[in-house]
Design a protein around this ligand. Structure first.
Ligand code: 13P
Ligand code: SF4
Length: 319
């Protein structure tokens, strides 16, 4: 393990590359280089998009899933963006195509379309603006229109609708995409963990089903929101125990940040995020500047980049 870490660090220097890693990576990929690991930056999907616009390096190795690496490429078309496994997908991103959005727009003419960033670049290109879990609410509120199309996460849409209803007259028209990880947190699984940890507070990502939210907040405090909201909430809460209803390895991030607190989770992992390993990260780095790079480099047609740029750029104004 020690050798692969130092080999990756050495190659990053030689190849002029930086590593951006999502909070859902396995713990060994979450360690920053300054702490003996390999990552230069770790963050949520919005944090990684912001960082992608700041990096000076010629090459970015993206330890996350493909839609995230594509976003980095759209924001930095002059740079080379690599992903250690191009098969690292996402059930939300694959639930909707650009053609589906075109049909939605025909069905609801003039209604603005907000695309969760968990979509592919071609799909984003058909939308008015993108959002991440961190700025979805702010972006929805920013529109004058009372009708908005929100794609593709139906549960996140219903949860956002719950908040919007209390404060505005806005109605979201939803797609039926689901995160295959967050949909597994059910009301009954929440109730049984809560029964074992009555003092614990709950941490729920926007992507969990509505009935899970209802069960979780029954007589229990906590937060429903983005990955960033979850991290912030734990920092500000006096509670010692938390039930995490989000990707299992976010628990590693939380434990690193708050070692004195306890995080209980059924540990549901995203199979797509887990396709990224130290081994294929090393291979991706090795490929830079060789004919093998095509295996790892994000290569989007120029017109797809152009169309996806504006909706992504608009999202970046809501940080
Ligand atoms: P964040 O926007 O919270 O980083 O979420 C990414 C994701 O894939 C959630 O499942
Ligand atoms: Fe997609 Fe869910 Fe995996 Fe996030 S956790 S990448 S939304 S499948």
């Amino acid at each position: 393990m020690k050798n692969i870490f130092s080999e990756i660090r050495k190659l990053k220097k030689e190849k002029g590359a930086l590593i951006l890693a999502h909070y859902y990576m396995s713990p060994e990929l979450q360690l920053l280089e300054k702490d003996g690991g390999i990552a230069d930056f770790i963050g949520d999907s919005l944090g990684l998009s912001i960082e992608a616009t700041r990096v000076k390096a010629e090459n970015i190795v993206f330890c996350g899933v493909k839609f995230m690496a594509e976003t980095a490429k759209v924001l930095n078309k002059a740079k080379h963006v690599f992903i250690p496994d191009k098969e690292a997908g996402c059930s939300l991103a694959s639930s909707i195509t650009a053609q589906d959005v075109r049909e939605l727009k025909k069905k609801y003419p003039g209604v603005p379309v907000i695309a969760y960033v968990n979509t592919y670049a071609e799909t984003k290109g058909e939308c008015d603006i993108c959002c991440t879990s961190r700025n979805a609410l702010k972006i929805a509120k920013s529109f004058n229109s009372n009708e908005l199309i929100f794609i593709p996460d139906v549960y996140m849409g219903q949860n956002l609708q719950g908040v919007l209803e209390a404060e505005t007259n806005k109605r979201l028209i939803l797609w039926n995409g689901k995160c295959e990880v967050h949909e597994q947190f059910t009301g009954s699984s929440m109730n049984s963990i809560k029964a074992s940890y009555p003092e614990a507070e709950v941490l729920l990502h926007w992507e969990v089903p509505r009935e899970t939210v209802a069960a979780a907040f029954q007589k229990t405090k906590g937060v429903l929101g983005s990955t960033n909201d979850i991290l912030k909430y734990v920092g500000e809460s006096d509670a010692k125990q938390f039930i995490l209803a989000s990707e299992c390895d976010l628990g590693a991030t939380l434990k690193n940040l708050y070692p004195a607190k306890e995080f209980i989770t059924p540990c549901i992992k995203c199979q797509h995020m887990k396709k990224i390993s130290l081994t294929n990260t090393l291979q991706a780095l090795k490929s830079i500047g060789t004919s093998n790079a095509v295996k790892y480099e994000i290569d989007l047609p120029e017109d797809v980049i152009e169309r996806a740029y504006l909706p992504i750029k608009r999202m970046m104004d809501f940080v």
